[in-house]
Ligand binder design. Structure first.
Ligand SMILES: [Zn+2]
Length: 301
């Protein structure tokens, strides 16, 4: 597999939304057609102060995704603010508006933070089971027009819960041998931010033990790209011929007032993987301000 550098340019799409074409990567494949996947994340559906704003943003993103005519949608975690029954019900009701099949994985807001012994609100068995009951399974494998999509539950990594073992067995099985098709991997947490070997014990990345186990599986299967969220701003890395891309969020961007919300269109064809960032302009100005301030107060991403 040969990789080219990222190519950046801009493109005005239509009023109230725009996209920037932010990357093109060569990947060897034998696809019969280009496959379009929407990467949507950090929706943070809630019944609190930000209910109207975040719902509005999600509705706008859904409209854009439907206009883009995608084949498949992945919502990469933090579907809700607190993983309550009513939030899950609201999320499901809105998510039905997508015109294409949707898969989701949970984020730390849905089922709890990764377990490192010092995070507040760490993952619990009850919240995990709640997710499985109310939303569905928290990992997946799909094939869309010859492209394999694998999704994992990243807060579960390192938790020691019984379901973690089940998920590793699933991942070992799906990624255990070289794939003759392009493989894309999805999860909420980015594996790393600055360096593949960076330390864990913090909020934003995956712990090194699980990160390096995944690196090994990605090499075995020939994974082309890994897509994540959680940072509320975009990030692009390359390591071992794998693209690591983090999307900007639906609910609110960081830093406050600077990062616009939106989603990413992934197009995979025989010429490579292309990423287009789409943005929404919220009309709920005052609430937007409130939301960002609240967010800043409790680092509640
Ligand atoms: Zn998160």
């Amino acid at each position: 597999m040969k990789w080219l550098g990222l190519i950046f340019n801009g493109l005005l799409l239509f009023f109230f939304s725009y996209a920037s074409h932010c990357g093109e990567i060569e990947v060897l494949s034998n696809l019969t057609r280009a496959v379009k996947i929407a990467l949507v994340s950090d929706v943070h559906i809630n019944r609190g102060t930000n209910q109207a704003l975040y719902q509005y943003n999600y509705e706008k993103v859904i409209e854009q995704v439907n206009s883009a005519g995608v084949d498949f949608i992945v919502v990469a975690g933090d579907l809700t603010e607190d993983g309550t029954a009513v939030e899950y019900a609201d999320f499901k009701r809105l998510t039905k508006r997508f015109n294409s099949p949707v898969r989701v994985v949970p984020g730390n807001h849905d089922i709890g933070n990764k377990k490192i012994g010092k995070n507040k609100n760490e993952i619990t068995f009850k919240r995990l089971i709640d997710f499985h009951q109310k939303i569905g399974k928290s990992w997946f494998a799909d094939e869309v027009y010859g492209v394999r999509l694998i999704g994992a539950n990243s807060p579960l990594f390192g938790s020691g819960l019984g379901k973690e073992k089940t998920m590793w067995q699933f991942l070992d099985n799906e990624l255990g041998k070289k794939s003759d098709k392009p493989v894309l991997f999805f999860l909420h947490h980015p594996l790393f931010q600055k360096k593949p070997e960076e330390k864990g014990g913090e909020y934003w990345n995956l712990e090194p033990a699980q990160r390096f186990r995944l690196f090994g599986l990605f090499q075995q299967a020939g994974v082309s790209a890994v897509f994540s969220a959680h940072l509320h701003k975009p990030l692009t890395n390359n390591y071992n011929n794998v693209l690591y891309y983090t999307t900007h969020p639906v609910a609110f961007g960081l830093p406050k007032g600077k990062q616009k919300p939106g989603w990413t269109l992934i197009t995979i064809s025989n010429t490579g993987i292309k990423l287009n960032q789409y943005f929404i302009k919220s009309t709920l100005k005052q609430e937007d301000k409130t939301a960002i301030n609240l967010q800043n107060d409790d680092r509640n991403n």
